[in-house]
Design a protein around this ligand. Structure first.
Ligand code: NDP
Length: 302
């Protein structure tokens, strides 16, 4: 079955905010879209917009060659597709299908899932969406992918409707690794922003007096480390020249943040974790080197 413009059908399984945004973008482009979700009512708006609600996951997968999964984790995929894979018939329903899983999990979970899919005759592509749901399909949206290049290439135009596809390589774990590494930066930054807000509000300062200015710190980071190319080279070369921002100086500041947080009576776990890294660099005799020496501590497992 193809759309009016000959566009190929696509199935979306998982209709949280992300899956709904993806299905809506595919519908807007004119693709015939079949959807399935554990909680069926989450499909209502999409069905009103022209999507077909499949009665079962088996029917959803059978509707076309490509199925996109947007679920909480890979366990949810097995919960949904496990019974589909075991469905009776001359060949399983997954045979010859392409599964593009855009759910968060670990790189090893993606590798295991690729092997699981292969055992059932399906091809598996891993992806990580790098923008929030409302930005899907819009300017600036991008998605990391890894898995079989030839299969990715065939479906790239359709996947481009979710966000600009950035293909990383054949290893199915690679897109998941990049997703987790980016989210490592993102989640830590978000927690630090809330921790810092709690610090000032505990002192009676309104959050509005602090937060807009604090965002400048985030943009000051690229200004400090440049575009990343030189830092990457220095980290890989193990160069940590102690001319500016030494580990000792930064560690002293980390200590002050812990003390200020304790005095304010707020949670100290995040600043203590940061301080512990600087303490370790200083005890290893590397306090006079650049703060980037923390990389050596982190690589070695702390
Ligand atoms: P939600 O948690 O809102 O939705 C998760 C989906 O998974 C729902 O459809 C839910 O079904 C389904 N699900 C979870 N567990 C099971 C299960 N055991 N069996 C069947 N279905 C299950 O997540 P989002 O839509 O926000 O995100 C989806 C993925 O996209 C996640 O991996 C997330 O990390 C990633 N992502 C999300 C972003 C966002 O802005 N939301 C941004 C970038 C990535 P039901 O509706 O029945 O509960």
């Amino acid at each position: 079955m193809s759309g009016e413009d000959g566009l190929s059908p696509v199935t979306v399984i998982g209709l949280g905010p992300m899956g709904r945004a993806m299905a809506a973008s595919l519908l807007r482009a004119g693709h015939p879209v079949t959807v399935w979700n554990r909680t069926a009512r989450r499909a209502d708006d999409l069905v009103a917009g022209g999507a077909t609600l499949a009665p079962t996951p088996t029917a959803a997968v059978a509707a076309g060659e490509l199925t996109i999964l947007s679920l909480t984790d890979y366990r949810a995929m097995y919960d949904i597709l496990g019974p589909v894979a075991e469905s009776p018939g001359p060949s399983g329903v997954l045979d010859g299908k392409v599964l593009v899983n855009l759910s968060s999990d670990t790189p090893d979970a993606s590798r295991d899932a690729a092997a699981w899919a292969a055992r059932h005759g399906a091809t598996f592509v891993t992806g990580g969406v790098m923008v929030p749901a409302p930005a899907v399909g819009g300017p600036g949206a991008y998605v990391f992918y890894s898995g079989p290049r030839a299969v990715f290439d065939v479906h790239e135009p359709m996947l481009g409707l979710i966000g600009e596809p950035r293909y990383l390589g054949e290893d199915p774990g690679l897109a998941q690794l990049f997703y987790q590494a980016h989210l490592d930066v993102f989640l830590t930054a978000l927690s630090s922003l809330l921790h810092a807000t709690a610090l000032v509000t505990a002192a009676g300062v309104p959050a509005a007096d602090f937060l807009p200015g604090a965002l400048n710190i985030l943009t000051a980071i690229p200004a400090m480390i440049g575009d990343g190319w030189d830092l990457a080279r220095r980290l890989e070369a193990g160069e940590h020249p102690g001319d500016l921002s030494t580990a000792r100086m930064m560690g002293a500041t980390a200590d002050h943040i812990v003390w200020t947080s304790e005095k304010a009576g707020i949670d100290t776990r995040l600043p203590k974790a940061v301080k512990a890294q600087y303490d370790q660099a200083v005890s290893a005799g590397r306090g006079t080197e650049n703060w980037t020496v923390l990389y050596e501590i982190l690589k070695a497992g702390g």
